[in-house]
Design a protein around this ligand. Structure first.
Ligand code: MFK
Length: 582
């Protein structure tokens, strides 16, 4: 019989996610884990089974923009793919967004919500994008404190009933810029009576990238007529995309974007032709008011990067177990096994950082201290310090994991050989979709600059140093302690560089090094988290694999900045190593 290849298969995506399960055993109180585990396991079954099958069967379909109906009416309908229609219903029923707002498990509610998202996202064709926006919109509206807007939108955004569940879009990017929104041309004009921030407004302008146009509402940046130029003159507005009769609400969908990846996601170009809008929180300071949304979507981006890496890895391992070459399954070929170990180490670092970010968000939102600590015996966390840490972790985690996802997805595709390059295996999409994670919601460079600002506000890296000390507190294994030393050197090197570059005027030199500084901080944190987790796994479960992953991650390198660039006198202690992303 002619030889045929065996396709990769997935099992229960929760049961097979060894790291996620170990992390939850380590960090969640037993009663919380017992309560949430059945739903996670059921989602794991769906994600590795029926949803994955539907995703493969629906592989080549894409959303369709229907501008006109048969009778000449402008309808701007977007017909979604089968996976997206299913994902919309399931996301509501499973409470992928709602969980964090219901707070049934206090400070653990964010870890719970993101564990759901982690399992849900890889099998739903980037439906995580509207969910991220929905979470972000609920967060931004709650932070702005407008009672009427909160009452209208938040119950819908956090509903578990598919019939009343709303998703939100985010309308920022315009032709003058996506990273730099200061040139925003959309104008807000007062509509009828009202003074100050009260009363209705209408928006006029063109939005160049809006995600996702199928949403029922959006938060948009616009410049109230008469406001000054620049980003300070922008305000944040709430809009509903359809009128009471379900027609486009004074907006036109010009076209859907023809993108490299995330092709199931209907990203649109819009013309706003007097969309009714309500100011969120005031008539200036729009960037500051949309920041909670940006930070939440960046957190989703981080979790998604870890999820896609894990999914790619499980597919690659499944294939490697069965595909034979040179007389053995690929998994038994030392070089193939070593290559996948490298991806696993990066995925593990990304996953632990993503969930540390989720922990931090949960702690800050619950306004709680951390009396129980994290199961690894580390000292408790101080709530005030946690808020500073969260502000720093958000851009660092997003940019670090975004680059890891792209590099890791490329390696996964390559591990399939030619099959990974052929569309109907369903593998190439992993790489195409991963590429967006380092672009949208702030590119690596924009987030590196955001991290610089956050470091400035926090007075330096002290919150990160305190976190590292906390993580290292119980690491006793000599090999793991050496890794902690490497992470520590990288943090100290970063600190010296920051001080030296500030001392020599900051400015261009600091900006030029910002990306490498941020990656060094992000990777140092990942290494510290890997070492902490590995110590716990050795002691509690006699499992040596996390220690192997930590060593492998460290061997890829952590440091990437040099003191000389900032005018400093000494080289960063660990700067001789080149990081994976360079
Ligand atoms: C499944 C995955 C989910 C992801 C789905 C995503 C799909 C969405 C498609 C898109 O990509 S939408 C477009 C995304 N666009 C961006 O993310 C914008 C990227 N650019 C930035 O983030 C720039 O840093 C920024 C536009 C915010 C800079 O604008 P400005 O006007 O120069 O802001 P500035 O002066 O730095 O900050 C203004 C205020 O906001 C300051 O506060 P003060 O007024 O009190 O000084 C800042 O501290 C505050 N701020 C800015 N960024 C913040 C923040 N506060 C907290 N967190 C932040 N991240």
């Amino acid at each position: 019989m002619t030889f045929v290849q065996v396709p990769p298969v997935l099992g229960n995506e929760y049961d097979d996610d060894v790291l996620l399960r170990a992390y939850l055993r380590r960090t969640l109180p037993a009663e919380v884990r017992a309560e949430i585990e059945p739903a996670l396991r059921e989602l794991g079954r769906l994600s590795g089974g029926p949803l994955y099958e539907l995703q493969q069967a629906d592989r080549s379909s894409e959303p369709v923009h229907v501008p006109w109906d048969a009778w000449g009416n402008r309808v701007d309908r977007v017909e979604l793919t089968a996976v997206w229609r299913e994902a919309e219903r399931l996301a509501a029923e499973l409470g992928v967004v709602a969980t964090a707002y219901e707070r049934r498990h206090g400070r653990f509610s964010r870890v719970h919500g993101f564990a759901l998202a982690h399992l849900f996202t890889p099998s739903t064709d980037i439906y995580g994008c509207p969910l991220a926006m929905t979470d972000g919109a609920a967060g931004a509206l709650l932070a702005a404190g407008d009672a009427a807007l909160i009452a209208r939108a938040v119950p819908r955004l956090t509903s578990r009933d598919p019939a009343s569940f709303w998703t939100s879009g985010q309308w920022m990017t315009e032709l003058p810029g996506g990273s730099d929104v200061s040139g925003t041309e959309t104008e807000a004009r007062r509509d009828g009576d009202g003074e100050g921030a009260t009363g209705s407004w209408r928006l006029y302008g063109r939005k160049w990238f809006t995600s996702a146009v199928s949403s029922q509402m959006a938060l948009a940046l616009a410049r109230p007529a008469g406001n000054p130029a620049g980003s300070r003159g922008l305000a944040l507005f709430y809009v509903e995309t359809r009128d009471a009769d379900g027609r486009p609400n004074h907006l036109v969908v010009n076209r859907l974007k023809d993108k490299l990846g995330t092709r199931k996601l209907p990203t649109a170009e819009l013309s706003l032709e007097g969309v009714p809008a309500l100011p969120v929180g005031g008539l200036t300071g729009g960037v500051k008011r949309i920041a909670p949304m940006l930070n939440l979507t960046r957190t989703w981006n981080t979790v998604t990067a870890a999820s896609l890496l894990g999914r790619g890895l499980r597919l690659a391992r499944s294939y490697a177990e069965k595909r034979e070459a040179f007389g053995r399954p690929l998994a038994r070929l030392p070089l193939h096994a070593d290559t996948l170990l490298g991806v696993e180490a990066e995925a593990a670092g990304a996953t632990l950082l993503a969930f540390r970010l989720a922990e931090s968000l949960g702690l800050v939102e619950a306004g709680a201290g951390d009396a129980v600590a994290d199961g690894a015996g580390s000292p408790p966390r101080d709530p005030a310090d946690e808020a500073l840490l969260l502000r720093l972790l958000t851009p660092l985690a997003k940019l670090t994991t975004g680059r890891q996802a792209v590099a890791g997805a490329s390696e996964v595709v390559e591990s399939f050989g030619g099959a990974g390059y052929v569309e109907d295996t369903g593998i190439p999409v992993l790489l195409r979709d991963a590429q967006v994670l380092s672009i949208w919601e702030g590119t690596t460079n924009v987030l590196a600059l955001d991290a610089l600002k956050a470091l400035d506000d926090a007075g330096g890296i002290a919150p990160l140093r305190r976190e590292a000390v906390r993580l290292f507190a119980r690491v006793r294994d000599p090999a793991l302690a050496a890794l902690c030393g490497q992470a520590c050197s990288a943090l100290e090197g970063a600190e010296r560089w920051l001080e030296a570059s500030a001392g020599s005027g900051g400015g261009d030199a600091q900006q030029a090094g910002a990306r490498r500084l941020a990656l060094q901080l992000g990777r140092a944190l990942e290494l510290a988290l890997l070492a902490q987790h590995a110590q716990w796994a050795l002691e509690t479960e006699a499992d040596a694999r996390p220690a192997l992953l930590a060593r492998r991650f460290a061997a890829h390198g952590v440091a990437s900045i040099f003191q000389e660039e900032a005018g400093g006198r000494s080289r960063a202690a660990a700067a001789e190593q080149v990081p994976l992303e360079s």
